[in-house]
Design a binder for this molecule. Sequence first.
Ligand SMILES: *[C@@H]1O[C@H](CO)[C@@H](O)[C@H](O)[C@H]1NC(C)=O
Length: 271
Amino acid sequence: MQRNEQQWADLCCRVRCLVPRELGENAWYLIITAALGVCPMPSATAAFYTYLTKHVSEFSSENSKEHLSKRLRDVILKLLTIVGGPQVLSVLIPLAAAEGDIKSKAASSMLNKKWASDRINVQDIYDRGQTTINTIYGGRLLEKVFESFGSHKEDVKFQEIFTLYGLYLSDFEILTPIETEAVVYASISCLGLEVPGKWHLRGMGRLMGARGTYNDSEEMSKIVGQLIDLKQAVESVVGFVGDDFEARARPGEWATPAAVMKDLGGWGIDD
Ligand SMILES: *[C@@H]1O[C@H](CO)[C@@H](O)[C@H](O)[C@H]1NC(C)=O
């Protein structure tokens, strides 16, 4: 995928403008990374890193490159829960190559101490996963989703809570909870999976403070407007990559806030 400097600049400018401030000042590049990480051209993320570090002054110093690299790695690791190992490694290897000095960096790479066997606690990981998944879904929708698993319920529920949410999506060492949810929303939408996309548009709204069904408060219309902006930001990345990605992601079918109201009965209430 070849895009020139001006095309990358236009994409960044558009996404920066659309991504709601509430998601954090730097959520824009996480969202671009999350969407590119799902696209049919796995080297797109490396190309994005190269653009940022060569042409955007805020990413030009060694410190800021290192910081960016850690944040992109965290997005890519979180994508393991969305796209799995083969795609993630196909994204990571070109990124490492774009960062340069691969061999010496691999030689000095250190495992984060949080993975030491005497620090890992299954119950703690399960509990933090439960807290996060409840924040995103609210208890009632979550119970409905789990019920729909039939005979598979308990084992799959355990994996959702312990592995996907506990291990990955509740690790807020690098990304904040709202940045993490933005990454999940963007990447799931780009898989063209309408129902999980809708759950996570709802989750995004919940993290921004939406509750209950539609009301004409200023707060509600602000959140709904921001969700539409976020959706457009992710659509911009799909359009930037082009036809193959459009065909997979099918942005024309992505859930809207109106569909969250209609199909899921709104944003849920806290139990
Ligand atoms: C209206 O919606 C907002 C955002 O979801 C919520 O905080 C507020 O409590 C709601 N107001 C009423 C009267 O339901």
